[in-house]
Every structure is written in C-alpha cells, then in structure tokens.
Ligand binder design. Structure first.
Ligand code: GSH
Length: 294
C-alpha cells in the first residue's frame, strides 16, 4: 500500500513485501532492503485476519513476492530472503529463479506436532567462486553466527519485554497501530480489534514464550544481557560497525530486529541501561542515508 522508491537502484528487482510493520522479522527485511538501496512496495497485513496473504500457502510474514520471467516468485523467511537477495546482488549473472534452487523449502512436523517450514542454507550467501582469503572466510563465518544469534537469542527477549504487563502490551499495540498506519489501511473496527485482541493475546502468549526460551523473570535484564553481548562483539572490532566501516549483514540483522521495538518502553529502557545506543544510531543513519523515498 506504499512504495519505497530509490532512483539509484540498479538491481532490476521488482519486489512486494507483505509485512506486519513492527514484526522483528519484517523490520529486518526492510533494514536490508533499505541498506542496499532497493526499491520495493509494501503491503501491510492484518495480523488477526491475515487476508492479504491468503494467496500464499505460508501463514507467516514476511513474504517477498518478486517479479520474475513469466510470473512471480515468492520468497519466504526473513533470513532466507536476505541471503537470496544478497546472493543476487553479488552475483551479477544469475536470475532469482536460479538462485532460489540453492535454498529449498523443507516442511516437517516437529516433536510438539507443529508444522515447521525451514529453508535449507538460509544463513548462507552463495558464491560463484570460493572465497580466497582467510579474512573473508572468517568474516563471513562471524556474520553468519551473529545473524543466527539474532534469530535464536535476541529475538526471543523481545516479546516478554514489550508485552510484560497488560498495560505495556496495550501501549505497544497502540504504537503498532501508529507505526503501521493501520488507520490508513483498515476500518476503525478492524484497528480496534487488532489493538485489543492483539494486546490481550500477546500478553498471554509472551508469558509462555518467556518460559519456553528460558528468559529470566527480570525480563529487562535478559534484553540488556543480549544487547551487551552484541555491543562487546562490536567493540572488539575497534570500528564503528561489526562489519567495519560499513554495516554488514550482522549489523543490519541485529539493528532490524531491535528496530521493531523502537516505540516501546522497553527500547527506552534499553538505551538508558546499556551502551548500545551509539552503535544503533550509527546503523540507523547509515541505512537511512541509502534508503529510497517513501
Ligand atoms: N522464521 C520466520 C522469519 O524469519 O521470517 C519467522 C516469521 C514469523 O514468525 N513471523 C510472525 C508470524 O507471521 C510474525 S512476527 N506469525 C504468524 C502469525 O502471526 O499469524
């Protein structure tokens, strides 16, 4: 329902991102698209009714729909989307339809009886020729490690924090409504449904998630611990970013995930109680300076 247009985009991509504005995985994909100066169209999905993604067999967001020869290709999973597009940008010769063959979708039922969709190789950037030097290799290994950490550690600290109490959950959803510009996309009753049903549901779900992911009862501390772990890793590099003078995929991923709570009380607390703000603001500025116009 809106477009980000970058006049200097030479990627030849034509992408539609189906998203919940403040979903951490969607924020991560937007951070990537903006960092690479790619133009794209955004469709905001109603998180309760999800009509806008009924066409897809996949029930989650983000989904990126890419125009390819002879039709459209759907790309699933935030991490896979980033790896596929990064491979496409690095490898000037291959088409998306060729690249996605390296990222097969596998579906299985896990121990808990849930249907799981996984994308094989999702953390890997494919190269036409092997990386030649050890520095490049270890940089890529570290980048992969922290992208994985963002998906498996950092992200799990968010829900218990932003839905910590019923009041905080409601405040969070009111920010979602504002940030996602729901009022421009959905009728009033649907906005109210999303805010109140969403806040109540997520407050309850967050308690379960807290247990499942072993988040300590002091949920803020878990968030601070994660942020500190990352800040130490960045500082060790002795540069502005983990990736050096420019953000790499690890910076973009960690930033993207954290940006999903920017309007929440937890984010203010995070800035005030850790050293992450400088790095965060630097990445934000770097990304926004490359981003197209809305
Ligand atoms: N591994 C997926 C990714 O990285 O893209 C996770 C995506 C995901 O869990 N998305 C959530 C979702 O769509 C929103 S934050 N859940 C289903 C729903 O809300 O209906």
């Amino acid at each position: 329902q809106y477009c980000v247009i970058n006049d200097s985009d030479t990627s030849n991509l034509s992408l539609v991102l189906f998203q919940y504005r403040t979903c951490p995985f969607c924020c991560k994909v937007r951070a990537y698209l903006d960092a690479r100066g790619i133009s794209y169209e955004v469709v905001e999905v109603d998180a309760v009714l999800r009509q806008a993604i009924k066409w897809s067999g996949y029930k989650k967001v983000p989904i990126v729909l890419a125009k390819v020869d002879g039709g459209y290709q759907q790309l699933l999973d935030s991490t896979a989307i980033i790896s596929i597009l990064e491979t496409y940008l690095l490898d000037k010769k291959s088409q998306l339809t060729e690249i996605i063959k390296f990222y097969p979708v596998s579906q299985f039922v896990n121990d808990a009886g849930k249907n799981i969709t996984e994308i094989t190789n999702k953390y890997f950037i494919m190269h036409n020729s092997p990386l030649s030097n050890d520095n490049e290799k270890s940089a890529e290994l570290e980048e992969r490690k922290w992208r994985q950490w963002a998906d498996t550690v950092l992200v799990h600290t968010l829900s218990p924090n932003v839905y910590r109490t019923p009041g905080e959950a409601l405040e969070t959803f009111k920010w979602f409504e504002q940030a996602g510009r729901w009022k421009e996309s959905f009728p009033g009753w649907e906005c109210a449904l999303m805010v109140y049903v969403g806040a109540a549901a997520m407050w309850m779900i967050a308690k379960r998630l807290k247990k499942r992911h072993n988040i300590s009862d002091d949920v803020r501390q878990s968030l601070y611990d994660a942020a500190n772990e990352w800040t130490i890793a960045v500082n060790k590099k002795g540069k502005r970013f983990f990736g050096g003078d420019a953000p790499n995929l690890a910076d973009i991923t960690v930033y993207g995930v954290l940006s999903s709570i920017e309007g929440c009380m937890a984010f203010k607390d995070l800035r005030n109680n850790t050293q992450i703000a400088k790095w965060y603001d630097d990445v934000k500025n770097a990304i926004e300076s490359r981003m197209g116009k809305v």
